[in-house]
Design a protein around this ligand. Structure first.
Ligand SMILES: *Cc1c(COP(=O)(O)O)cnc(C)c1O
Length: 392
């Protein structure tokens, strides 16, 4: 079925960013009333939200439960790591960007034993490497993988990683923050212990909380593991099971908005429908940007339908801050790059946008280049050499 995409109201720019992102009018309107956190109506909303998220997990979801957690996505990552990794456990963190490194940083702050496989700005961690590290270190109990590493936009090969982790008898935790709801990862085919995401990414809600979908036996076994009072997922889960309530003040308005977003997600055809729209957004945008001379950091097979990194053009008349301002004036907020080696920027494909909006964003980028006096957006030689590393 078709899903009406309406422009943001009040002349707001589109957020071509990986969350917070452009939300629908219905999502914003759902926040125009107050809810009592203890009241039965809000408890029913929490229960419906948890059930809908579990259903979204796909085949194998029966063994799982859903635990929401107040805060931004990082709070939920910290809750997942602190709850499932026992104090005497050891984690292998697979990093190829800011979010993998952040997970390692969380473990360092918590004082939990860990090793990091750091692949740099964007090279993907592969199943074979993971198998090798696990074979060489039997003390590793858990592996953390990032599904879509939003820093570069790469879609990491979690299927082969999950196979390597399960093959070695260890447990996998997945940061699927920016992919959950748009890319399927059913636990029946990709074995994992827990997966984490948040309200303001592919489900298209507003920021305020994250959620962890975890095996029920893992939740039961995690009692007493957590270093933190408020980030203890076992405690939150046990309390919610018993009372239907969140342990501490819930983000009531964000939950009401999220329920509206979940209904729209279902109406769009669930994970498949949402993922298909984002993939079309990406394809139209990447094709248009390439026609302007821009090049993507990643080869086609690694491009996620979530966010795409482009090299900045070689032309010295191009300056990202000016490009950003021109795009914003014309209605589109883009995202700076996070690469350490070459200059780049990012354009997100998620949120209340369709291919028509993406085509307009590309036309706007062309106008911005013209205003800057940039004839072609072709990147410097060094950028293309950098990209060749991925193919090698
Ligand atoms: C957005 C995101 C997070 C969480 O970031 P917050 O700013 O704390 O919401 C974590 N991991 C990935 C891969 C993300 O895209």
């Amino acid at each position: 079925m078709t899903h009406p995409i309406l422009p943001p109201r009040f002349g707001e720019p589109y957020l071509l960013t990986p969350g917070p992102l452009t939300t629908s009018a219905a999502v914003k309107e759902a926040m125009l009333r107050d809810w009592g956190s203890w009241d039965g109506d809000f408890r029913a909303m929490t229960a419906e939200m948890r059930a809908r998220l579990l259903a979204m997990l796909g085949e194998g979801a029966g063994a799982f439960d859903c635990v929401p957690m107040q805060g931004s996505g990082t709070f939920a990552v910290e809750a997942m790591l602190g709850t499932f990794l026992p104090p005497d456990g050891k984690a292998l963190v697979l990093a190829n960007g800011a979010y993998g490194l952040r997970a390692a940083n969380i473990l360092r702050c918590m004082g939990r034993d860990h090793v990091v496989l750091d692949k740099g700005d964007y090279l993907p961690p592969r199943g074979e490497e993971v198998a090798g590290i696990l074979a060489g270190d039997p003390s590793i109990t858990h592996v953390l993988a990032v599904h879509c590493e939003t820093s570069s936009g790469i879609l990491n090969p979690v299927e082969e990683i999950a196979e390597a982790v399960a093959g070695a008898g260890r447990k996998l935790l997945i940061d699927a923050m920016s992919s959950f709801g748009a890319i399927d990862l059913p636990p029946a085919t990709v074995p994992y212990e827990a997966i984490v995401s948040s309200a303001n990414k592919c489900i298209e809600g507003v920021p305020g909380f994250g959620f962890v979908l975890a095996r029920r036996d893992a939740l039961e076994a995690a009692k007493g593991n957590c270093h933190s009072l408020s980030l203890d997922l076992h405690a939150q889960w046990a309390h919610m099971e018993r009372t239907g309530q969140w342990r501490f003040t819930p983000p009531t308005h964000a939950v009401a908005a999220f329920l509206e977003a979940l209904k729209a997600h279902e109406a769009e055809g669930g994970v498949a429908g949402r993922g298909a729209r984002y993939a079309r957004n990406r394809d139209v945008m990447v094709e248009g940007m390439r026609a302007l001379g821009f090049e993507t950091l990643l080869e086609a097979c690694w491009l996620s339908p979530i966010i795409v990194t482009f090299f900045c053009p070689a032309d010295p008349r191009f300056a990202f801050p000016r490009f950003y301002d021109l795009m914003k004036q014309k209605g589109f907020i883009i995202y700076p790059g996070k690469l350490t080696v070459v200059d780049s920027f990012r354009i997100g494909c998620i949120g209340q946008m369709d291919e028509e909006v993406m085509a307009r964003a590309v036309r706007t980028a062309g106008e911005a280049l013209t205003e800057m006096g940039v004839a072609t957006a072709v990147p410097p030689e060094t950028a293309l050499k950098e990209r060749a590393r991925l193919a090698a």
